[in-house]
Design a protein around this ligand. Sequence first.
Ligand code: RM4
Ligand code: MN
Ligand code: MN
Length: 430
Amino acid sequence: MSFKIDEEFVLQENQKALSWLGEDYAHLGRQLARRGVEIERLVERATAFRAAVPSWGVGTGGTRFARFAGPGEPRSVFEKLDDCEAIERLVRVTPGISLHIPWDEPESPAELKAYATARGLFFDSMNSNTFQDQPGQKRSYKFGSLTHADAAVRRQAVEHNLHCLELGVKLGARSHTVWIGDGGNFPGQVHFRRTLERYLDSLRAIYAALPDGFRMFIEHKLYEPAFYSTVLNDWGTSYYCTRELGERAFSLVDLGHHAPNVNIEMIVARLIQFGKLAGFHFNDSKYGDDDLDAGSIKPFQLFLIFHELVDAELDATPGFDPAYMLDQSHNVTDPVESLMTSAVELLRAYVQAHLVDRAALGEAQEKNDAITALQLLKQAFTTDVGPILAMARHRAGGAVDPLAVYRASGYRGHKARERPATARQGAGIV
Ligand code: RM4
Ligand code: MN
Ligand code: MN
């Protein structure tokens, strides 16, 4: 029998916190009422918020130097789903899962789908992987995949994506995300225009096979593993490609995939305005694609991004339907703890963004009153919305304090006993 965090146990633990939660909630409610905001409306928003968890994020990650395995790591896609279920039980905003193929290739898609459904989970986005070679693979991706000089390698990479689409249909997914590592390590190694042309040709073949109701997301990245030039390197190139492909192609923004100091919230606003925002791979970074926990380094940036998103949501911008997903690598923390707290940070930024007084902000902008405009954003960002998040979780059957309840449940210890380490665990990003 596999250990689960019992719903009764969550309720019991919540009892300990309910008196202070009631007090803090009432106090915040009065404070917000003075600002003309009804707290219950915010709880409704928080309850409806969703962010998908990456299947590859529940295993311990690593760096290019080493990976230090953690206790009780999931050894199969089913065990990964068990961890996703634990996360969802406590935070109640993460029923969706992004799946990586072939890391999570199921023997029986029907069985995997049933396993997820039985746990209140579903598959959101499929992710192809042509950035590494798989055992038994005919041709190597060492020098590229969808943009490789050899048409046979490109074909193999396209075929893999078509396979992901087929699988996605069987699993009930609704989007397909393509990220490739193709590029060059040295000046002159690849022909910039020719490789982009090949990229588009390959993508057109994948796009042509998009199942009904599916959207295609392409994910740009500035560098790594290619250290000099990457084929799909920035949002502008991504936008161009999604335009070329058609109306079901969108640009995905991974927060760690930009040059340092780039104004990401502005990129987000541009993609919204052009009707091409796919959604996000949320994470945080200090230097590069660090894959740190969302909101851990630049929480104000996260808030400013959500400020743009909520603005579009409230404007009822046509076609605005971003997919919120986490994409992180947990090297020194318990991945379940990191994913739970990251999901909470997204929710925090989302609710805070709803606190922005947009009428006053618009007025300040028209009057060129920069200081008031900034203060309006800061007022929202510095409001402690914790009681709103906790109340939303509690009402949905989740934990008032997810981290405390997770630790009190002893989940990791149980899993360490149930899942003795195997020699090679395909967990996480190395
Ligand atoms: C990449 C990118 C992709 C993710 C891989 C594992 O840097 O962020 O989204 O699938 O890492
Ligand atoms: Mn990503
Ligand atoms: Mn990344």
